[in-house]
Design a protein around this ligand. Sequence first.
Ligand SMILES: O=C(O)CCC(=O)C(=O)O
Ligand SMILES: [Fe+2]
Length: 292
Amino acid sequence: MKLQTLPPDCSVDEIVAAIGRDGGCIVRDVLSEDALAALDGDVTRLIEQTEAGTDEWAGTQTKRTGGLVARAPSSRPVVTHPLVLAAANTMLGGFCERIQLNLTQLISILPGQGGQPLHRDRFVWGGGGTSFDGAGAVPREVEPQFNTIWALTDFTEENGATVVAPGSQRWEFGGTAPEREPRPEELTQAVMSRGSALLYTGSVIHAGGQNRSDSARIGMNITYSLGWLRQEENQYLSCPPEVAKELEDPALTDLLGYTMGNFALGFCTSPDPADSPRSTTPERMLGRLVSP
Ligand SMILES: O=C(O)CCC(=O)C(=O)O
Ligand SMILES: [Fe+2]
């Protein structure tokens, strides 16, 4: 069974329907040539500077490069892509008042890298280690995460296009439910052209593919989560206040977490002895709101 591939002008409803059914879908050719060229500039440099992983999970023939909002300005409009954000808000909005950026990571799978262990990304919030369980502290019925992998090279069967088990987001898991490993015929690969995106939930079973080709497969993994969960990539360290306050798009600053998650979630106090120690909001601390 294959994932549905939607055209770049598809609607949010089409995306949500496809993900509801299969756990993921591809939207083809979303990024313009200009956006891709800008990304190439940042990405090539950053990947060159990155060492390969040290364990089976990260991949010893895989380079993972994070902190993209601060270090790759070309990633910023991708993080705030309107179609993706609308789909993420639709799928997660029932479980939180505000979604947040969860992770930014270039994943460059080098020739010779074997397949990554199959998993549900939601396992990070507990429940199953690197297994398929992943219900953990977040109730099974609550979808904590909305994920994207943007193809910066073509994704092919040979070079390690993401492996997905369509429909596995609906399989029983968590609590006492037995883990079920997908059978080979239940797996497909997100074969897509450069500039396309794989969109998928935190509950669908998937993995990075094996690279049997002679060149790298480069994807940009950008994920979002419910605003009341701990972010997988610590955005306050990866994009600290002095960088965040210079960002042009307030929507991006909000996504990083420099805003209130709801009326009481995420307030703060200035560490500067010259400032008042009264509790305040991230917006005020970053100088985005000047009133008291
Ligand atoms: O690189 C990929 O295609 C998927 C990687 C992945 O699933 C992960 O690192 O959690
Ligand atoms: Fe994953």
